[in-house]
Design a protein around this ligand. Structure first.
Ligand code: SF4
Length: 746
C-alpha cells in the first residue's frame, strides 16, 4: 500500500510530518531532505505568508513535501526565506489544523464556551449556509448578510457581487486606506516598490522593515547601507532597523507628521526641491502661493516641542534629504500609519517624495510593472450584478474616500453592529479573520454574539471559529494553484507560480471552490460559462495563464516556475491622478471638494497622555509571526511563545517593577496583564506590546492562553470620529491609545 500524508497522520502523529516537540523542532525541520528515496522531486512555488511571495523550492518525497527552502537566484527572496517562510511545512501540518466541516451543538456562543463541534459533510455544511443566507436575504434584505472577507480571490468577490451584498467588510481600513487614498490623488495609484538599492538617502518614519522581515525590503536596505547610503530612522523605540540605520532618532509616538511638515517647510523655504520634476510633473505652479504660504507655519522650531527632536536636527536632515534627492517611503503598518493622523502623514510623505522628484524614478518609489492577469469577470463576463442596496453596517458610506476605496471597515464594525444598526446582521460568513485583528476584540465578540448564524472558513481552530455555527476547513497555500504577480522588486513584469506541492489535507478545500459551491446554490447563473457548464477553477486558471501570456496552460506555466520579462526601466512622465491632466498633485482639490484638507495640516493623534493615562501605547507585529495566525506553529512558537510588555527601566523603577513582574496595562476601554520586560530600547513615556497573542481557543495546543491581546486596550472608532479627525481610514485602530501601568502581585 502506498503511504500517503493522511496515513502518516492517522498513524498517531509519529511520522515524518507530525509536528515535532518544541525542543526538537529545529533539528527536524531545518535539515535538507535525504535524497535516498526512489522518488524525490523539487517543485517551484512561492511563499504565501506575505506579499513579496518569495520564491520557494519544495522537496517532495513520495508525494510528501519534506523540506522548503529559498529558490536560488529568485528576484524576491534572493534564494532565502525568512523564519516564517522557512517554517511553512511546520505551519501547514499543524496537528490542530481543521480537517473536516463541522457544526456547533452548543447554542451558547462565547470565547470560553466549548462549541461542541461535530463532523458533518461538505454538502450539509454548504446546504446549511445557503439555506440560512437565502432565508435572511428574503426575510430581512441583502444587507442582513455580513461577509467578513478580503475582496479576493476573484471568485469570492463574484459571489458577493452576484448576491448584491453591501456589507463586505475587510481589514484594509486599518492597514492601507489612508495611504491608498492619498497616493491615488497625489501620485496616482499604488507606488509601493522601493528602489532602496539605488537610493541616495533614505528617511524611514517608523517603518521597522528589517524586523518585519519582508525579504526584498530587508535586502534592499542592507544593500543601500553597504553602499554607504545614509538611512535615518525616526522611531519611538530602537528596533533592528534602527540598528542598521545611520541614525536612529527617537520621536514622541504619533508626532511624525510634525517632522514631515517641518521638512517640507525647509525644502520649500531653501528651495531644496527638484525643480525639473516639480515644475513639469506636478500642480505646484498652479497652487504655488497656497502651498508656500501653508507650510510657512510648520518650521522646525514649531515641530521640535511636539516631536521631541531638536529643530537643528530636523533642519539638517531636511537639507541632506533635499540635496541628495532622497526617498521617504511610506508603508502600511508603519508606526506613523497607525494613528488617527495617518492621513496627514501619508499626504506629507507623498509631498516629500514629490519634492525630491523620486516618484517612479530609480532611487525612489515606483509603480510595479506587472503582467496583466484577467479576473474571472473578464474571462467569463457575468450577467448584470444587482445593485448593492441597504444599510452599510460599518458606516463606511459616511466616509467618502473610504467608500471610494471599497475597503474596510474593521475599525467601525463592532460599533455599527452594536450601536448604529443593532440587529441588522442576521448571518455572517467569515473568511479567515480572527477577532484579535480588531481593536477592542471583546466588543467584536459581543457584536458577533448578536448574529443568528455564523459560518467560518479557516485553517486553524481560532477564537472566531469557536464562535461559529458552521466551520469549513481551509486548504493551505502549499495545496493550491495560482498565478502570483509580483509588486515588490517589480521594475519589469515577473510572475511566479503557486502550485500544489501536496494534495488536499483531509477534507480541506480552497476558497475558490467554496465560492463556486455557494454560487451554485445561491446564484447559479453567475457561476456558469457561456456554454452553460459550471465554472471550474482549473479551466479558469488555464484561461488566465493564456491571456496573461504566461503559457498555453497553467501546466506549462508551472513547469517554468517563474516568468520574468526584463526590460529597461522607463520612468513615467504622466501620472494616473484623477482629473489632474496627468500630473502629480501636492495640493489636492478633490480633498477640498469633499470637505477635507487639500494640504496636510498638523493634527495630534486622537489619544493624548493625561494624569490618569500617562503613557503612550505602542504595538508592533514581530517579524517572527504572521500577525495573529502563526502562534500555534511549533517552530515559531519555540522562538516566540508569548508576549511581554517592554518598559524603560526608569519607568519600571517609578512603579517598583522588576524584570518579569506581572503588570496591568489599562486604558479607558480595557486592560491586559503581562510580564514586564525592561529595556532601554523604548522611551520612558511609552509601553511596547507585540500583537498576535492571547488566543483563547483551547483547541490550539501551543498558542492557547499564551500572552494577552494587544487590542483589548485600543479604543475602536466611529465614522463620526473619523470625520472629525479628517482621517480617511481606520488607522487609529492599531495602536492609538494611552495607558496607565499597575504592578500586580507576583
Ligand atoms: S518575506 Fe518571509 S513570509 Fe514574506 S513571502 Fe518572503 S519568506 Fe514568506
Amino acid at each position: 500500500m502506498a503511504i500517503t500524508r493522511r496515513h502518516l497522520f492517522q498513524a498517531g502523529g509519529a511520522g515524518l510530518l507530525a509536528a515535532p516537540s518544541a525542543s526538537g523542532a529545529f533539528e527536524q525541520f531545518f535539515q535538507p531532505a535525504s535524497t535516498t528515496s526512489s522518488e524525490v522531486r523539487k517543485l517551484i512555488t512561492c511563499c504565501g505568508f506575505c506579499t513579496p511571495a518569495c520564491g520557494m523550492q519544495v522537496t517532495v518525497r513520495d508525494n510528501i513535501p519534506v523540506f522548503a527552502e529559498g529558490l536560488p537566484g529568485d528576484a524576491h527572496g534572493a534564494g532565502h526565506l525568512c523564519g516564517k517562510g522557512a517554517s511553512i511545512l511546520n505551519f501547514a501540518y499543524d496537528p490542530d489544523r481543521l480537517k473536516y466541516p463541522m457544526k456547533r451543538t452548543n447554542p451558547r456562543r462565547g470565547l470560553d464556551e466549548d462549541p461542541g463541534f461535530v463532523r458533518i459533510t461538505w454538502d450539509e455544511a454548504l446546504d446549511t449556509i445557503a439555506e440560512r443566507f437565502q432565508r435572511y436575504m428574503t426575510d430581512y434584505g441583502r444587507d442582513s448578510i455580513l461577509f467578513l472577507s478580503r475582496n479576493s480571490p476573484d471568485l469570492l468577490a463574484r459571489l458577493v457581487n452576484a448576491l448584491g451584498l453591501i456589507n463586505r467588510v475587510d481589514h484594509n481600513d486599518i492597514c492601507y486606506t489612508a495611504d491608498q487614498v492619498v497616493r491615488k490623488y497625489t501620485t496616482g495609484g499604488k507606488s509601493w516598490c522601493e528602489d532602496f538599492e539605488n537610493a541616495r538617502y533614505i528617511v524611514l518614519f517608523g517603518w521597522d522593515l528589517v524586523a518585519k522581515n519582508k525579504m526584498p525590503a530587508v535586502n534592499g536596505i542592507l544593500a543601500a547601507r553597504e553602499k554607504g547610503v545614509k538611512v535615518i530612522h525616526f522611531s519611538p523605540n530602537q528596533t533592528p532597523t534602527s540598528r542598521v540605520a545611520s541614525e536612529w532618532i527617537s520621536v514622541r509616538p504619533g508626532s511624525d507628521p510634525a517632522i514631515a511638515l517641518a521638512m517640507i517647510n525647509v525644502m520649500l523655504t531653501e528651495n531644496l526641491y527638484d525643480r525639473d520634476f516639480v515644475n513639469n510633473y506636478t500642480n505646484f505652479a498652479q497652487f504655488e502661493s497656497e502651498i508656500r504660504s501653508h507650510f510657512t507655519q510648520y518650521t522646525p522650531e514649531w515641530a521640535a516641542p511636539l516631536c521631541g527632536v531638536p529643530a537643528e536636527t530636523i533642519r539638517r536632515i531636511a537639507q541632506e534629504f533635499g540635496r541628495a534627492r532622497g526617498m521617504a517611503p511610506a508603508y502600511k503598518k508603519t508606526l506613523t500609519a497607525n494613528y488617527t493622523n495617518a492621513t496627514q502623514m501619508a499626504h506629507a510623505q507623498a509631498i516629500l517624495q514629490i519634492l525630491t522628484g523620486t516618484i517612479d524614478r530609480e532611487g525612489g518609489n515606483y509603480f510595479a510593472r506587472t503582467h496583466s492577469v484577467p479576473g474571472v469577470d473578464a474571462v467569463y463576463p457575468p450577467p448584470t450584478y444587482p445593485q448593492k442596496l441597504g444599510r452599510r453596517v460599518d458606516g463606511r458610506d459616511q466616509l467618502f474616500f473610504a467608500n471610494d476605496a471599497n475597503q474596510g471597515m474593521f475599525s467601525t464594525l463592532a460599533d455599527g453592529m452594536l450601536r448604529r444598526h443593532p440587529g441588522l446582521i442576521k448571518g455572517a460568513f467569515i473568511n479567515a479573520y480572527d477577532v484579535k485583528g480588531f481593536a477592542q476584540p471583546l466588543r467584536m465578540v459581543e457584536a458577533l454574539q448578536t448574529v443568528e448564524f455564523i459560518a467560518t472558513f479557516d485553517f486553524l481552530p481560532s477564537d472566531t471559529v469557536n464562535l461559529s455555527d458552521i466551520v469549513l476547513p481551509a486548504g493551505h497555500q502549499l495545496e493550491s494553484n495560482d498565478i502570483i504577480t509580483r509588486n515588490f522588486n517589480a521594475k519589469y513584469p515577473q510572475s511566479v507560480v503557486r502550485q500544489a506541492v501536496a494534495g488536499a489535507y483531509f477534507e480541506a478545500r480552497g476558497t475558490g471552490n467554496v465560492a463556486i459551491e455557494l454560487g451554485k446554490r445561491l446564484c447559479p447563473d453567475y457561476f456558469k460559462t457561456p456554454d452553460g457548464a459550471w465554472i471550474s477553477g482549473g479551466t479558469l486558471l488555464n484561461e488566465k495563464t493564456k491571456r496573461a501570456g504566461l503559457g498555453e496552460t497553467f501546466t506549462e506555466f508551472r513547469a517554468k516556475g517563474v516568468v520574468a520579462e526584463p526590460r529597461p526601466f522607463v520612468p513615467r512622465t504622466t501620472f494616473n491622478v484623477p482629473n489632474s491632466g496627468g500630473k502629480c498633485q501636492i495640493y489636492v482639490p478633490q480633498f477640498k471638494d469633499k470637505g477635507f484638507e487639500p494640504l496636510p495640516h498638523w493634527h495630534p493623534k486622537r489619544e493624548q497622555p493625561s494624569a490618569e493615562y500617562p503613557y503612550y501605547y505602542v504595538t508592533y507585529i514581530p517579524g517572527t509571526h504572521r500577525r495573529n495566525t502563526t502562534q500555534n506553529c511549533s517552530i515559531l512558537h519555540e522562538i516566540m511563545p508569548t508576549n511581554t510588555v517592554t518598559l524603560h527601566p526608569a519607568t519600571a523603577a517609578r512603579h517598583g517593577i522588576l524584570e518579569g513582574n506581572p503588570v496591568r496595562i489599562r486604558s479607558r476601554v480595557g486592560a491586559i496583564d503581562l510580564p514586564a520586560h525592561l529595556s532601554r530600547t523604548v522611551r520612558e513615556d511609552m509601553v511596547l506590546v507585540p500583537h498576535g497573542f492571547g488566543h483563547r481557543s483551547r483547541s490550539l495546543g501551543n498558542a492557547a492562553n499564551k500572552g494577552a491581546r494587544d487590542g483589548d486596550v485600543i479604543p475602536d472608532l466611529t465614522p463620526e470620529e473619523m470625520l472629525e479627525l479628517m482621517d480617511f481610514g481606520g488607522s487609529g485602530a492599531i495602536m492609538d491609545a494611552v495607558v496607565q501601568i499597575e504592578k500586580l502581585r507576583s
